[in-house]
Design a protein around this ligand. Structure first.
Ligand SMILES: *Cc1c(COP(=O)(O)O)cnc(C)c1O
Length: 361
């Protein structure tokens, strides 16, 4: 069987070129006579891999020198704890809850201090981004937290919230490297890489140096959950997720070759437009979120009939379009169209949807 069009929300499609290169290097990485999987993380060869990966990421995102780049483990979910443990100096943080992932982060933070939910879109099943221009930001908040792209619901912050001078912390797991960002607007940008960058097992944390405390304010924070430990050791305090970082490095090079984040944005906008334009005129399918808040990465849609949704997902799978079933908490369908999804994947999906619409209306 050939490769399918994989619309999975994560772990998700990776550039074919990257997979082929990794396959070629599997048994003998650049004359070392071993796979990167078998290599000491203290070796010269690996040192080059992780340093180059960091530099390429810095180039792509224009990361200023006063920010650290950390390659960690534990997924995005571990950051739900690591952020409050390290950043809650006053023991207070404000959370904007726009989906399941933000909600989980908010709940986790309550274990370590006072977490305030200052805005939410839960009243309408997280189908929009609330107005964040004038929120009741707490006087002593250590940070304001957002999940910038809501993977499950398919919404994205088009403008960042007005934090009234407080540090912005953002989970960008599902929009990482999908378009240019101004890193200086954030204190912390982090994300699990398995949505748009690489294999599961790596989380990247970009953090402004002055936010990293000598000692975490939360009593008895484990060594492994201490930013300072990882920052001082350049992500090599213990064995990092070495092979995953190597693949991330290849994806960074692929994005550079494709023209960087401006080019990625154009590519992603083009793909998303094809799908949203179709949804907007379809008599059978419709998008589920407020148009102004639509994500470029995750596109949920429904027919309005659960049986017909199931039929669509089944027939789409038979036609080579995988993982179109919506998240279990929302139903319907969701097409995740990350960086590595080619335009023809979306064009062919829309063709298939047109045909399904004709046959079922
Ligand atoms: C997938 C996802 C997570 C959870 O990631 P894990 O690496 O599985 O912990 C968190 N936030 C967002 C936005 C996600 O899409």
């Amino acid at each position: 069987m050939g490769r399918v069009y994989n619309f999975s929300a994560g772990p998700a499609v990776l550039p074919e070129e990257v997979l082929k290169e990794a396959a070629e290097e599997m048994l003998d990485y650049k004359g070392t006579g071993m796979s990167v999987m078998e290599m000491s993380h203290r070796s010269k060869a690996y040192d080059n891999i992780i340093k180059e990966a960091e530099q390429d990421l810095r180039d792509l995102m224009n990361i200023p020198d006063n920010y650290k780049v950390l390659f960690l483990q534990g997924g995005a979910s571990q950051q739900f704890a690591m952020i409050p443990m390290n950043l809650m100096k006053n023991g207070v943080a404000d959370y904007i809850v726009t989906g399941q992932w933000a909600k989980k982060a908010y709940q986790e933070a309550q274990k370590y201090g006072k977490a305030n939910k200052i805005a939410t879109s839960e009243d309408k099943t997280f189908s929009y981004i609330p107005d964040c221009s004038d929120l009741p930001i707490s006087e002593d908040a250590d940070y304001v937290y957002i999940c910038e792209n809501n993977t499950i619901y398919g919404t994205k912050f088009r403008t960042l919230p007005n934090t009234k001078g407080k540090t912005l912390v953002a989970d960008v797991s599902s929009c990482f490297l999908s378009e240019p960002v101004d890193v200086t607007k954030y204190g912390v940008i982090y994300g699990g890489v398995q949505k748009n960058i690489g294999p599961a097992g790596v989380v990247i944390v970009i953090i402004r140096e002055d936010l990293i405390p000598e000692k975490p304010p939360v009593e008895n924070t484990p060594t492994m959950l201490t930013y300072k430990i990882h920052a001082d050791a350049n992500s090599l305090y213990n064995t990092p997720p070495a092979y995953g970082i190597y693949i991330c490095g290849k994806v960074f090079k692929w994005i550079k070759k494709m023209g960087g984040l401006e080019a990625m944005k154009a590519h992603n906008e083009k793909k998303a437009k094809i799908l949203y334009d179709f949804l907007d005129q379809s008599k059978l399918f419709k998008g589920t979120v407020n148009p102004a808040d639509r994500s470029l990465m995750n596109v949920p849609f429904v027919t309005g009939n659960a049986d017909l949704d199931a039929k669509f997902v089944k027939e789409a799978k038979e036609a080579g379009f995988e993982n179109l079933k919506g998240h279990r908490t929302v139903g319907g369908m969701r097409a995740s169209i990350y960086n590595a999804m080619p335009i023809e994947g979306v064009e062919k999906l829309v063709e298939f949807m047109k045909k399904f619409e004709e046959e079922n209306s």
